[in-house]
Design a protein around this ligand. Structure first.
Ligand code: COA
Length: 331
């Protein structure tokens, strides 16, 4: 009997326009040394011209379709995790059309840097109920379009990118457990908020909405990440009775190398088990986890039956954890 390939198919897509710390140092009062030592970031990718979120997400999805040798008509559902859609009505439908997945339902979810994890968890619910067999989850963000490039406390951190995962119905054997948490009380610590402007010269009083740049209290977000994320990971492991020693890889949202290290230390997970590609791409929000997973697979780091803990965290504030067993065969 032929072996069924059941692992999720992963692909990532990054703009080829590289912005180094040196370039940013010419724009704001900072330095390569400061950015590297405080964040671990050396460069990031930024979309040029009018390259859109739909372009990024579609390209990642098309690569995954090609890699998995999948007929786009097989896809039942597309979940696009993004906080930076091209269209506030959602961008998933446009991606559905672009990749010719004409049978797929498609919708966006907004959960900032936890978006991909929540997308995977959502996909697994549809799969577990037997409603859908093939689900495409895309994590994509064009943070560069929402960053104030004159604000050194935020512009050094973010980059653009997309990652796509195609989950087949057998994925239920891989997701061993998950947890999603939210604390809206701290919402104002990290926002991409809007302001309403009174429209002049119209008979009725109406306000039109405009978006502000990303605003962040870096210290508070740092403290939140290094306290809440390890706590959630431990809770999740306890719930499913998995020991920390059994974890092969820790894949955290790529926000800051110091956050990755601090969480690893608190969990007693050695540095060589923590996946990190932050130095190349910075914080790509919902895209960071699938991009890092795709790269780890390409580098043959992740082996069959490895246990991976993935955790996203960010605005909301939201944080989410998934435990995955990576395997090739049904057994
Ligand atoms: N270059 C040089 N100096 C900078 C700087 C920059 N890009 N940004 C801030 N500074 C300065 C500050 O003005 C401050 O100067 P002061 O002491 O004279 O007031 C000093 O550096 C320290 O600033 P601070 O904010 O305390 O730095 P930090 O060590 O907390 O690092 C972050 C700042 C943003 C890197 C860090 O807080 C962080 O990563 N937080 C989490 C952010 C995050 O991950 N967000 C996304 C979550 S999804």
């Amino acid at each position: 009997m032929a072996i069924k390939k059941v692992k999720p198919i992963l692909c990532s897509y990054l703009p080829n326009n590289i912005i180094s710390n040196e370039i940013i140092s010419q724009m704001v009062d900072t330095s390569d040394e400061w950015i590297k030592s405080r964040t671990g970031i050396e460069e990031r990718r930024i979309c040029k011209d009018d390259y859109s979120l739909v372009d990024l997400g579609s390209n990642a999805a098309l690569e995954a379709i090609k890699k998995g040798n999948i007929d786009p008509a097989e896809i039942d559902l597309i979940i696009l995790a993004t906080s930076t859609p091209d269209d506030l009505f959602g961008s998933a439908a446009k991606i559905q059309y672009r990749i010719k997945a004409f049978n797929a339902a498609a919708f966006d979810i907004t959960a900032a840097c936890s978006g991909f994890i929540i997308g995977i968890i959502t996909a697994s619910q549809f799969i577990n109920t037997g409603i859908y067999k093939t689900v495409l989850v895309i994590g994509a963000d064009v943070m560069s379009k929402f960053v104030d490039w004159q604000d050194r406390s935020t512009c050094i951190l973010f980059g653009d990118g997309a990652g796509a995962a195609i989950l087949k119905s057998t994925i239920k054997q891989h997701i061993l457990g998950f947890q999603i948490k939210t604390n809206g009380e701290l919402n104002s610590e990290l926002t991409l908020s809007s302001k309403d402007l009174l429209q002049q010269n119209i008979a009725i009083q109406v306000f039109n909405r405009q978006y502000n740049f990303i605003q962040m209290n870096g210290k508070e977000i740092y403290k939140f990440a290094i306290s809440k994320v390890p706590e959630a990971i431990l809770n999740c492991l306890n719930t499913y009775q998995i020991q920390i020693e059994d974890i092969d890889w820790l894949l955290l949202h790529q926000a800051n190398i110091r956050i990755l290290k601090a969480i690893g230390e608190q969990l007693s997970i050695p540095q060589n088990k923590i996946l990190n590609n932050l130095y190349k791409y910075g914080n790509t929000s919902a895209a960071s986890i699938p991009i890092a997973l795709d790269e780890a697979i390409l580098e043959n780091k992740i082996q069959d039956n490895d246990l991976i803990i993935m955790a996203g965290f960010g605005a909301g504030l939201t944080w989410g954890t998934v435990i995955i067993k990576w395997k090739d065969k049904l057994n």
